[in-house]
Design a protein around this ligand. Sequence first.
Ligand code: HEM
Length: 252
Amino acid sequence: AHGPVIEKQSWSFAGPFGRFDKGQLQRGYKVYKEVCSSCHSMKLAAFRTLADEGGPGFTADQAKALAATVKVPDGPNDAGDMFERPGRPSDRFPSPFPNEQAARSAMNGALPPDLSLMGKARAVHRGFPWFVFDAFLQYQENGPDYVYNLLTGYEDAPHGITCADGLQYNKAFLASTCIAMPPPLSDGQVTYDDGTPGTLQTYARDVSAFLMWAAEPKLEQRKQTGLKVMLFLVVFAGLLYFSKRKLWSTVP
Ligand code: HEM
């Protein structure tokens, strides 16, 4: 039997000059919000970060409005009651379930994992020895590659494989051959406002990019700093070299 099939994708945020595509992140948020968030939380991501530099580029007011679309458990109030209030920018993307037991009982015993760090999932695309080269080259887009392949990886089970009731065959799933997540996306499910065609592939790409940003919100800043550091090092190395030549030129 062969292992999971995970194909590399090309991403705007790959490489030393990589940048997030703001439109893509905004669409990805919409997919997360309208589809994934009905099962998955993102407890490390706060609504206010939607307006941060290097992110989807929502305004602070938009981020506030998006926060207000969720209900957050709070309390106790003066009467000692727990209650729900509209979300605030400081709130994190909540779980739709009150606790793990509730999630499992709604999902046939499976637990939808928190998606905050899924953008960093360590999928290995290639076996030995090639994955050593990938690691050496700092290939970092394993997470979004995996999420994309997973979301588009549902197929009829090949001959000889049967999935138990409530499980689906997925050719990219790392943990097993059958996954407890029903295929979440299909063509036309989410309406994009910017004219991007709403297909399974575009949804999967956009939400994967969004999860990359959520897991690495400072990716752009870090890459920019890295470029400046490299430029500095090149200039500095040149200076050192010529200084050395000058200083030692008098030594016979
Ligand atoms: C697992 C992403 C929508 C239920 C997962 C995993 C990812 C993911 C990355 C982890 C796979 C792994 O462990 O390797 C997404 C995205 C969604 C989405 C991006 C939206 C496009 C949903 C929805 C449901 C759901 C709507 C519920 C109906 C689950 C469950 C698991 C899971 C139960 C655990 C599967 C298992 O361990 O067999 N999802 N998901 N997901 N998801 Fe989703």
